[in-house]
Design a protein around this ligand. Structure first.
Ligand code: NAD
Length: 258
C-alpha cells in the first residue's frame, strides 16, 4: 500500500517505541518522514534505518521556540508537511502518583510533555499543513483518557486533555475549511520501553509479575505491539479516513469494552 506517496509526515518521539514503528510504517507506505526526539543518537539511528529521505531533528516538544524551527526544517528539507503525529510522551512512576501523593512539580512535568507538547504541535502544525493544501493530525492519547487512573493521576489527566483537545482542533479546522482532520489514538498496554520502565518501577510487584498481571487484564490476553499503533495511525493519517475527524480510536485489546 502506498497511501502516503507524495506526502510528508512528522512524528514526534520517533526514537523509540510506537513513534519509531510509526515512522517506519509511514515510510513503508511511501511517506517522506521526519522524526524528532530529545534522544538524538537513537533518533538518528531510526532515520538511518529507514533510509531514503528520512530525516531526524533533535527536539524537545515542550520548547515553544523549537517548534517553528522544526516545522521550517521539515518544509525546507522535505518540501511540505501533510501529516503530524504528536506521539512524544512520558509515563508515570506508579509510585507516589495518586491524587494525594502527586507533587505539583510532577504534575506539571507530565502535563508539559504530554499535553503542552501536543498543543504546541497542533498550534504550529496547522498553518504548515494548510500551506500544503491539507492533511491530518494524529495525537497519541491513551486508554488512560477513558478511565480513572488512581495510580497515575497526572498521566491520566494529561491524556484526557489530549482526547478533548483533539476534538477542539478537529472542529476548529473543519469549521474553517482547512482540510485538516485531527483524531486521537488510545493505546492500551503496548510493549515499549515506556511500559517496561513503568513495570520495572511499579513498586510492590516485580516486573515479570507486573507484566503477567497486565496481560491478565487484557481481553485478548496479550500486550499490544508498537506496530499495532503504527497501523492505526497510518489509517487515520491517510485518505482512507477522509470522513473521520474528532474521533478516538482505542487500540487496547478490548480493555475499554469491559
Ligand atoms: N506503551 C504504552 O503502553 C502506552 C500506552 C498508552 C499511551 N502511550 C503513549 O504512547 C506514546 C509513545 O509511547 P511509547 O510507549 O512508545 O514510549 P517510549 O518511551 O518508547 O517512547 C517515547 C519517546 O518520546 C520521547 N520523548 C519524551 N519526552 C520528549 C520530549 N519532551 N520531547 C521530545 N521527545 C520526547 C522519548 O525520548 C521517547 O523516544 C506516548 O505519548 C505514551 O504516553 C503508551
Amino acid at each position: 500500500m502506498q497511501r502516503y506517496a507524495g506526502k510528508v509526515a512528522l512524528i514526534t518521539g520517533g526514537a523509540s517505541g510506537m513513534g519509531r514503528a510509526t515512522a517506519k510504517r509511514l515510510a513503508a507506505e511511501g511517506a517522506k518522514v521526519a522524526l524528532t526526539d530529545r534522544q538524538a543518537e537513537a533518533g538518528a539511528k531510526v532515520a538511518a534505518e529507514i533510509g531514503n529521505d528520512a530525516i531526524f531533528l533533535e527536539q524537545d516538544v515542550t520548547s515553544e521556540a523549537g517548534w517553528p524551527n522544526v516545522i521550517r526544517a521539515v518544509q525546507a528539507r522535505l518540501g511540505a508537511l501533510h501529516v503530524l503525529v504528536n506521539n512524544a510522551g512520558i509515563g508515570g512512576t506508579m509510585k507516589g502518583a495518586t491524587p494525594e501523593q502527586e507533587t505539583l512539580d510532577g504534575w506539571r512535568r507530565i502535563h508539559s510533555v504530554n499535553l503542552e507538547g501536543v498543543f504546541l504541535g497542533c498550534k504550529y502544525g496547522i498553518p504548515a499543513i494548510r500551506e500544503a493544501g491539507g492533511g491530518a493530525i494524529v495525537n497519541i492519547s491513551s486508554l488512560a483518557a477513558m478511565q480513572g487512573t488512581p495510580a497515575l493521576a497526572a498521566y491520566g489527566a494529561s491524556k484526557g486533555a489530549v482526547r478533548q483537545f483533539t476534538k477542539t482542533v478537529a472542529i476548529h479546522c473543519a469549521y474553517r475549511g482547512y482540510n485538516i482532520r485531527c483524531n486521537s489514538v488510545h493505546p492500551g498496554p503496548i510493549d515499549t520501553p515506556m511500559l517496561q520502565d513503568l513495570l520495572s518501577r511499579g513498586g510492590t510487584v516485580d516486573p515479570a509479575e507486573g507484566r503477567r498481571k497486565f496481560i491478565e487484564q487484557v481481553p485478548l490476553k496479550t500486550l499490544g505491539r508498537p506496530e499495532d499503533i503504527a497501523a492505526a495511525v497510518a489509517f487515520l493519517g491517510s485518505d482512507d479516513a477522509r470522513f473521520i475527524t474528532g474521533e478516538e480510536l482505542l487500540v487496547d485489546g478490548g480493555m475499554n469494552a469491559i
